[in-house]
Design a protein around this ligand. Sequence first.
Ligand SMILES: NC(=O)c1ccc[n+]([C@@H]2O[C@H](COP(=O)([O-])OP(=O)(O)OC[C@H]3O[C@@H](n4cnc5c(N)ncnc54)[C@H](OP(=O)(O)O)[C@@H]3O)[C@@H](O)[C@H]2O)c1
Length: 310
Amino acid sequence: MVNAITLGKSDISVYPIGLGTNAVGGHNIYPNMLDEEQGKDVVRKALDNGINMLDTAFIYGPERSEELIGEVIKEYKREDIVLATKGAHKFAGNDIVLDNSPAFLKKAVDDSLKRLQTDYIDLFYIHFPDKDTPKDEAVGALKELKDQGKIRSIGVSNFTIDQLKEANKDGYVDVLQAEYNLLKRDAETEFLPYTEKENITFIPYFPLESGLLAGKYDVNSTFSDLRADNPNFKGDKFKENLAKVDKLRDIADKYGEEIVHIVLAWYFTRPSVDVIIPGAKRPEQVLHNKRAAEITLSDTDVQQISDIFA
Ligand SMILES: NC(=O)c1ccc[n+]([C@@H]2O[C@H](COP(=O)([O-])OP(=O)(O)OC[C@H]3O[C@@H](n4cnc5c(N)ncnc54)[C@H](OP(=O)(O)O)[C@@H]3O)[C@@H](O)[C@H]2O)c1
């Protein structure tokens, strides 16, 4: 039996494994993933099987991920779903710029509500910091939206620790979402001591390093999407990473699980990492990932995994 967790200081209860949906309608991120019906089935598979948190953003598509999720959630009871989305990107002619100003964030929330066809968002994140807006002012705007009932909790993403501290000056931040996985562990020293102390839920993105930590690639795997530019997928570094992932096989076998489950389960041993949102491109990946919340790793294995990726 997996216990639900509470997001930050909010009263929102979530299953600890959510669904990352940047491949659902995220045609700008995964140009090969054009099948929108398959994307909607990924979301349905999650909601039909007890995963209640969906993580989307304006920029996935752009707009299309939110629109597709809006279509799917109409098939379910709204109160059974924890809907998280993000905003900060703004079109400026042909460019996309970042804006955290109170006026822009208020408009971004209203626009997301329309695309999601709902009257509240459970968790709204400032997706990326802009250069100019003081972060406590930006979060202050979200607090007003919370008081109005348009959003239920406040998140920030891709902030530095100083920006996070400024954003959380009045204690309003519930969730920090930042890149963190076994191959990129800066967050352990940079953020986790602060998020733990401040009762902020830390949600890692790219928990599987875009699939590399799922244990299914080999030296012959090739990539034509965002992974083609990621140094972890190139040359000797890619081979080194594959060798590390391969060392997890014995540990996974001991639990009768697959590497992907062991990797995801490991994150829950980190302070304040209460929810993870692995992405999925096919419905079966969703079910597969859900299992990870049921696995408890021994202290020895937790340490051994940490040592492999030190
Ligand atoms: N805040 C931000 O700036 C930010 C940035 C990036 C992502 N995110 C969020 O974080 C979520 C997670 O990131 P992500 O989806 O990009 O990367 P990820 O979770 O590290 O990797 C997901 C990929 O791993 C593979 N995979 C997933 N489950 C698997 C399984 N059971 N077995 C084998 N392979 C599996 C799939 O790719 P293949 O099938 O192609 O191998 C899937 O698309 C996103 O969906 C998004 O919601 C947020």
